[in-house]
Design a protein around this ligand. Structure first.
Ligand SMILES: [Zn+2]
Length: 268
């Protein structure tokens, strides 16, 4: 076992990932072996798990960005508080977002907030792209993750969309908006889920996107989704105007390149 033994206590971010089950098998084993011998880490892990399980729904949502997160990782002392901060502050979809950026396909024509642009491919190719296996593992992990607060339901709903279960994804995202109805991202992602369901005519997606815009007028993803919904409803002139609004809010992203293409198509 000495080969796998860690020299020092793992970083708070690593312990947080351990608690969330987000570590690769090798690192997971290393931390497990370390914690078996280190009463401090064992206590921190046990306390964090206990606290998170009990208190998570009541812990405020934090918005983090990667550089802030790195900074905190560098200065955070190894303490239950630091671990707790990482576990509660981290976006449960962070890893999926990173992996999805490389797979080259998105689960519907809509735009999930916070996801990098990837093209929409109506018929998913049978050819597996690099990264697909890790993507599948992460999607399964999220689908099986627990929690009934808005953030947990949202993460599971988005994972279901990636798993190809559009009805399940819609259902969980609708539940998430019920739990936290003032959260524009939940409404915008619900619109994307409605769009992903080919049996929908766009009217529910339109309602959800308009809710999101009412709560956060500058949310580019919501405008993109509203445009797709309008297009599906055959309201092409309004759709073109709405795509233009999405471009205005997010001019340099590849989402806007697609929006511009759609505007051109609308004027054909
Ligand atoms: Zn330790």
């Amino acid at each position: 076992v000495t080969d796998d033994r860690l020299e020092r206590c793992p970083d708070p971010s690593v312990l947080a990932a351990f608690i969330e089950g987000a570590l690769e098998e090798g690192s997971f084993r290393e931390v497990k072996i370390h914690a078996a011998d280190c009463s401090e880490c064992a206590m921190v892990i046990a306390e964090s798990v206990r606290f998170v399980t009990r208190e998570r729904p009541r812990v405020a949502r934090f918005r983090t960005n990667r550089s802030l997160w790195r900074w905190v990782a560098a200065v955070a002392a190894l303490s239950a508080f630091a671990i707790l901060w990482f576990v509660t502050a981290r976006d449960p979809l962070e890893r999926l977002k990173r992996l999805a950026a490389d797979t080259g396909a998105r689960p519907g024509e809509g735009r999930l907030d916070g996801f990098a642009y990837t093209p929409y491919v109506a018929q998913r190719s049978a050819r597996s792209a690099v990264g697909d296996l890790s993507m599948e593992v992460e999607v399964n992990r999220l689908v099986q993750s627990g929690g009934t607060d808005a953030r947990a339901l949202h993460a599971r709903g988005v994972a279901l969309l990636y798993a190809g279960d559009r009805k399940g994804g819609r259902r969980l995202l609708a539940l998430a908006t019920g739990r936290d109805p003032r959260n524009p991202v939940l409404w915008s992602d619900l619109a994307a889920a409605e769009i992903a369901d080919p049996s929908g005519d766009g009217s529910l997606a339109l309602v959800a996107a308009e809710h999101a815009i009412a709560l956060s007028p500058a949310l580019a993803a919501a405008h993109f989704n509203r445009a797709v919904a309008l297009e599906r409803l055959g309201r092409r002139a309004e759709a073109a105007t709405e795509y233009a609004r999405a471009v205005e809010l997010d001019p340099s992203s590849r989402w806007s390149a697609e929006a511009r293409k759609n505007i051109a198509r609308m004027s054909d």
